[in-house]
Design a protein around this ligand. Structure first.
Ligand SMILES: [Zn+2]
Length: 444
């Protein structure tokens, strides 16, 4: 190669691997592939020989491995890792009144920071690079995501009754506003508006939240149509089902992300489709709390954007999107009696491109030039990953997340082989255990 005719193209990192799953428009999987990363973004992706001109500062030779876009968790309450396994297999009212709410009341900023750090570590170790979080003391969750190098959209829960962080909705809205100011211009973190749900927030509170989200061109997210009695309760209180009620308040729209949407009828779905409203599907949480199965195929027929969320670790009990993809697909097959109801390809799309669409982040969810360099690398030498025919099938039905050997966010390696730069995970584990035991002691 003549030096002057083919000058080397400098880049920060070149990753090579036996397979690169792009999730591009043609859903290409490149054999013997490479990804060039520069300035935190994907500079090029293709067969290794096609990227030979790149002169990287660092090369990550991953061998027999799959490089894939980082997964996007569109609905979680990160700090609820503190309540993982605290109480399970109970009627929902008993679970909430006697276990979750009493300990939640005692939450402190420090507790939320610890629980959120643990959540970030858990997600990164299983290939999640971006999450949307709604909880209390949300500034602490942003701080944890920043410390671990994750991408995140965080929001402060607004409710009509006192929360651990706010006495009333006005205080919670002020915290939300503060979050917008503090995160403005941050390269990886942004704020969103959160109302807990139509049953925990008045019409005036919901309208104020929707206005704040519009003002900041931000996502507005809330739980909707999750429980079996929500529509009956809404009909009694407002004369409308949950979704038409939200529509009447002007809440629905392309910036609105509704979590769950389990109990929705054709009329509800038409409203979601007509307004461009998006849906966070949380199949494991819905199964564990026996909420039901959201009609995802009917949503997809109407081109409603659907992403996957883990919900909090009290109702799941992991923040693992590989488990979520598998559950999403298997549950729909089982409930519909149709093995084609939600194929692996669609579950993978929901966890990547669907998540990006739900959060209004068009430059994540795929490995294509110009996108953020958010990706995960899975070993293909683990017994459960052999033989390897079809990437979506392997990721949805065979992978567990434990195959992830490296996770990168914005071009920086933030997890590799069990280690997180700058974090002593065993010390964090002890601190979380102590904090969780102190909180659990407040149960009646
Ligand atoms: Zn939730």
């Amino acid at each position: 190669m003549k030096h002057d005719e083919n000058p080397a193209i400098p880049c920060d990192t070149l990753i090579t691997a036996s397979h690169v799953l792009t999730q591009n428009a043609r859903r290409e999987v490149i054999r013997d592939g490479a990804v060039a990363v520069s300035g935190g973004r994907i500079a090029a992706v293709g067969p290794r020989e096609a990227l030979a001109a790149y002169a990287p500062a660092e090369t990550l030779s991953m061998g027999r491995a799959l490089v894939m876009p980082g997964l996007v968790n569109v609905h979680t309450h990160a700090a609820m890792t503190l309540f993982r396994g605290l109480a399970d297999d109970l009627p929902v009212a008993d679970w909430l009144h006697n276990h979750i709410w009493p300990v939640e009341k005692m939450l402190t900023p420090e507790a939320v920071y610890l629980g959120s750090q643990l959540a970030c570590a858990e997600m990164l170790a299983a290939g999640v690079t971006c999450f949307a979080d709604l909880y209390f003391f949300s500034g602490q969750t942003a701080r944890a995501a920043d410390a671990l190098g994750m991408r995140a959209v965080v929001g402060e829960g607004v409710l009509d009754f006192p929360t651990p962080s706010a006495q009333n909705p006005a205080e919670a809205l002020a915290l939300s506003l503060d979050l917008f100011h503090r995160l403005r211009g941050h390269p990886r973190l942004s704020a969103m508006v959160v109302a807990h749900s139509p049953y925990a927030a008045s019409d005036a509170t919901l309208a104020a939240c929707a206005a704040l989200a519009r003002e900041h061109d931000a996502v507005f997210t809330l739980h909707a149509a999750e429980g079996v009695t929500e529509n009956a309760d809404s009909l009694e209180k407002t004369g409308r089902r949950v979704i038409p009620h939200l529509y009447s308040l002007g809440v629905l729209g392309p910036n609105c992300l509704l979590a769950h949407c389990v109990h929705v009828d054709d009329g509800d779905l038409e409203l979601l489709a007509a307004t461009g409203t998006r849906v966070a599907h949380c199949p494991r949480s819905n199964a564990k709390l026996a909420s039901g199965t959201a009609p995802i195929p009917a949503m997809r027929q109407r081109s409603i954007a659907v992403g996957l969320g883990t919900d909090g670790a009290a109702s799941n009990n992991t923040l693992n999107l590989f488990a979520e993809m598998g559950c999403a697909s298997l549950t729909l097959k089982l409930v519909r009696g149709d093995p084609t109801a939600f194929p692996a390809r669609d579950a993978l799309d929901a966890a990547t491109l669907g998540g990006a669409a739900c959060l209004g982040m068009p430059d994540i969810g795929a490995i294509v030039p110009g996108h953020h360099a958010d990706l995960a690398v899975l070993s293909l030498t683990r017994p459960n990953m052999v033989p390897f025919f079809d990437a979506p099938s392997q990721l949805v039905y065979a992978a567990t997340g434990a195959e992830v050997v490296l996770t990168m966010v914005a071009g920086r390696v933030v997890y590799r082989d069990g280690r997180f730069p700058g974090l002593d995970v065993s010390t964090l584990g002890r601190e979380v255990q102590d904090m969780a035991e102190r909180l659990a002691a407040h149960r009646p």
